[in-house]
Structures are given as structure tokens and as C-alpha cells.
Design a protein around this ligand. Structure first.
Ligand code: CO
Length: 483
């Protein structure tokens, strides 16, 4: 039996998010979209994550317009996106009515597969998104079986509680919530090749045969290709790679290398390397342009072994070093690194990903610099203990919680239960800004952009209005007009 491996290429999203601060423009994608569509990928990741914010903030692009453009060219290949659970495309918790509306509009504008995750792996934080994905995705699937797919992702991390049993249980919970695919999301590149083999084997054994298992890793520490290969041997269905000009280092392992590795084996991807060459040539030029613009620092391509040594994600380590430098306590790094696992244990072992990596890191620095543990705590540490980010994998340390919460009672319900519906209120607020003659003229997509990043969206709408009304665009771009 063929065990054909499916590939999602991240060239239109994570590859340039990882290498070039998400600065690839739609016009840099268009020339090869039709060719990408002919490759035979499972999906092309092209939206979500930081693209939504960056489009408006730095590129003067409407993210929704980008999505519609991608969809025009990608006739066969589903467009995949990344959704941060109840945080959607932003950084706060949104009310359920916004979650529902955003998912509806994503599918309507061209998304085929939605990957949804929660940083803490609290299923309640992806509940509303999953419900909406099943509702609107189900309608889409009725006419197009390759689209409308719900992919629930596990944030991979290492700790005494993050055992195979833990991940299997979580994956089965997500499957029961309606996930068509389960993704192992190793954003911090902590998953090592032999552990990947064990994890994939355990998941494949426990999940339903029709559930696809998808692996997402990075190549920051140089283990990415080996992780993918071991996962493939263990039976993973889909892996993420990026075309070579924006692959490796902080991005995904290269597509071409994996396609060649698997050629002629039972895992053959069916992808023709010759089809990839001209597309890669195009992205080589795009990568040099991004480097020339200053968005891409060639350093991101190097192997960085710090994560392997210190067991904390690379981004978190540089944050710790910066904080210590500011405090003039650079000599305390080893003490802080020893304190990180202690703080993490105290607060119930959250995965070390944004935002918990910053919260745990900052608290570890404070504990060391102050010379007394939890003498000072940040608001974020308090909120984490108070359950406002969701349920932690393990109960928190009682004594520490008492010190941190100072009598405040932690919540045990789903954080978004405290939020009143907000779509109509935000629509009214946007109308009052005066960009539209009538309330009815406001597209739902604009309300969602505004809800996600109010100031950024408002600036973008000003720019867009000015450009539509024929104002000198160079003036508008420099911020001289409009302000
Ligand atoms: Co990633």
C-alpha cells in the first residue's frame, strides 16, 4: 500500500513570517500562483498568523483582498490559514460572535483549511472556533470535499506532564470536537527526531483512520529534516515544508529536499521536482529583494543550537538576555535559566510559546533579580494564575498562587464566557469614524479588521480612502497625508 506523504508548503505564510517578518507582498506572490497550483500540494499556507496585521500595518494591503486574490489563482489547491483560537488573528480574547463571523468570512473569501490552536492547549479556547469551522466548513465541504477542513493543533512542548498519554488524550479530545486533521505544532522547534517517531506512532495508533495527522516544525536547531523523516516513517500523513529560497533556519525544512528524499519510495509525494525549480527561481529573487529592503537578515538561515542546550525556545532566550542586560545583571543568566523550570512548575507547566513564554521568562528574571521569589509579579503572571488565559495543564502551586493572587479568586470557567457580544458595537464604533456614508456600506470584513487591530486598521482605512480618492500616494505613504 502506498503511504504517499502530503505536503503543505508554507512559502506564502510561515516561511516569510519566519525569515522576513511577514513582509512578502501579494504582488511578489502573483507571478507564480498558477504554477504553485499545479504542483500537487495538499494545501498552501497563505493567510493568518501575522499576515493579517502586517498587511495593514506595513504593506498598505487589505488582508481580505490578498485572500481573494490568492483564491482567484489557486483553483485546485486549498489555501490553509492559522487561527489562534479565541484570540483569532490578534492578541486578546474575542467574544464568540466575532469568532463566528470571522470564520464565516474566512471560508467565504477563499480559505480551504483552518488550523486552530491554543497556546495553553485548553480545549475550551478553541471550542467556539471549532464550532464555527464545522458549521461554515461543513457547508463548503458539501460542494467541495477538499475545502472546509477543520485542523486542530496541539502546541508541542516538553515538561514532566507533557507525556505521550497527555498528547494522545488531547488529540482525541480535539478529534471528538470535530477535527478532521490533528496537527502537532512544534513552533519552538523543541521536538527531536526520535521523540517525533514515538509521538506520531502513538497518535496514529489512537486516532481514527480517517483523521489525518499533520506535522509542523521549524529548522531553527537544524533537526527539522530529521524530525520530518522520522515522523514520516512513523506514519504521519502531512508535513510542512517551504520552498528552498525561504526554507531552513527559523523557517521550515526545504520542500525540494524532502520531495527528492522520498522519490521512488513508498512515501513518494508525487510532486515533480522540475515543477518546483522555476517557482523557486522566482522566490530566490523575492528573497534577495526582501534582504535588500532590510526585512530579511541572512542570519535567520543559520543553525542555532541554543534551544537544544537551554531547553527554551530561541526567541525566549534572547528576551531573557535583553531583560537582564537592561537590568545590568547579565551575569545572572544561568540562575535565570535554572529558575525558568521552577516558575513553569509553579504555574502548572504552560507550553513555552507566546504569550506564556514571555510571562514565565519575565517572572523568572524578576525572581532572580529581586533576590526573592514572587516579591514582585507582573499583571500577566497574576492573570495566568487567575485562569484568565485558560486552564493550565496542571494545578498551580498553592503557596505561590496565594502570594501572587493576594486574595483574588481564580476563574474556573472558559475565559470568553465573560465577554459580551461585540460585533455590532464595533461596527457602530467604526461607522462613527466617518469612512462610510451609510452603516450598510460597511463590509463585515472591515469590521473584523477593525476588531482585530483597531488603530492599525483605522490608519489603513484612511490610507485606502486617500488612495481611492486620488490623493498623491507618496504623500499618503509617508504619513504626511492622511495623519
Ligand atoms: Co510555525
Amino acid at each position: 500500500m502506498s503511504k504517499k506523504v502530503l505536503i503543505m508548503d508554507t512559502i506564502l505564510r510561515d516561511a516569510h513570517q519566519s525569515h522576513a517578518a511577514t513582509r512578502m507582498r501579494t504582488e511578489q506572490m502573483i507571478p507564480v500562483l498558477a504554477q504553485l497550483d499545479e504542483v500537487g500540494y495538499y494545501s498552501l499556507e497563505g493567510w493568518g498568523g501575522a499576515t493579517f496585521d502586517t498587511c495593514m500595518r506595513f504593506l498598505n494591503e487589505d488582508p481580505w483582498e490578498r485572500l481573494r486574490t490568492l483564491r482567484t489563482y489557486l483553483k485546485k489547491t486549498p489555501i490553509q490559514m492559522l487561527l489562534r483560537g479565541q484570540n483569532l488573528l490578534g492578541y486578546r480574547n474575542y467574544a464568540d460572535d466575532l469568532v463566528d463571523k470571522l470564520v464565516e468570512k474566512c471560508f467565504e473569501n477563499g480559505i480551504g483549511v483552518i488550523r486552530v490552536f491554543d497556546a495553553l492547549n485548553d480545549p475550551r479556547n478553541i471550542e467556539a472556533s471549532m464550532k464555527a469551522i464545522k458549521k461554515y466548513g461543513g457547508q463548503l465541504r458539501a460542494t467541495d470535499p477538499a475545502r472546509g477542513i477543520a485542523e486542530a493543533a496541539i502546541s508541542y512542548t516538553t515538561s514532566p506532564v507533557h507525556t505521550l498519554e497527555y498528547f494522545v488524550k488531547l488529540a482525541k479530545t480535539y478529534e471528538d470536537m470535530g477535527a478532521d486533521n490533528i496537527c502537532i505544532k512544534d513552533m519552538a522547534n523543541l521536538l527531536l527526531p526520535f521523540d517525533a517517531y514515538k509521538l506520531v506512532s502513538a497518535l496514529k495508533k489512537s486516532l481514527r483512520p480517517e483523521t489525518k495527522l499533520h506535522l509542523h516544525t521549524h529548522n531553527t536547531t537544524g533537526t527539522g529534516d530529521m524530525v520530518n523523516l522520522m515522523a514520516i516513517e512513523a506514519g504521519v500523513d502531512i508535513v510542512d515544508t517551504a520552498l528552498s529560497p525561504l526554507a531552513n533556519g527559523t523557517s521550515q525544512p526545504a520542500t525540494e529536499s524532502l520531495v527528492a528524499t522520498l522519490r521512488g519510495t513508498e512515501y513518494d509525494t508525487g510532486i515533480d521536482l522540475n515543477k518546483l525549480i522555476p517557482i523557486a527561481e522566482h522566490f530566490k529573487k523575492v528573497a534577495s529583494q526582501l534582504e535588500k529592503d532590510g526585512s530579511l537578515n541572512p542570519k535567520v538561515r543559520q543553525v542555532d543550537v541554543k534551544t537544544l542546550i537551554y531547553q527554551v525556545p530561541g526567541g525566549m532566550l534572547s528576551n531573557l538576555m535583553n531583560q537582564l542586560k537592561k537590568a545590568g545583571k547579565e551575569d545572572k543568566l544561568s540562575e535565570v535559566l535554572a529558575e525558568v523550570p521552577n516558575v513553569r512548575r509553579d504555574c502548572g507547566y504552560p507550553p513555552l510559546v507566546t504569550p506564556s513564554s514571555q510571562i514565565v521568562g519575565t517572572q523568572a528574571v524578576m525572581n532572580v533579580v529581586m533576590g526573592e521569589r514572587y516579591k514582585m509579579v507582573t499583571k500577566e503572571t497574576k492573570d495566568l494564575f487567575a485562569g484568565k488565559y485558560g486552564q493550565l495543564p496542571m494545578p498551580v502551586d498553592k503557596d505561590v498562587a496565594e502570594k501572587v493572587l493576594k486574595g483574588e479568586k481564580p476563574i474556573t470557567h472558559r475565559p470568553a464566557d465573560d465577554l459580551a457580544p461585540e460585533f455590532d458595537r464595533l461596527k457602530e464604533e467604526l461607522f462613527q469614524k466617518g469612512f462610510y456614508a451609510q452603516r450598510e456600506d460597511i463590509p463585515d470584513e472591515d469590521v473584523l479588521s477593525y476588531a482585530s487591530f483597531p488603530e492599525v486598521a483605522e490608519n489603513f482605512f484612511k490610507w485606502r480612502k486617500a488612495s481611492r480618492e486620488g490623493v498623491d500616494m507618496d504623500m499618503a505613504k509617508t504619513g504626511v497625508y492622511p495623519v
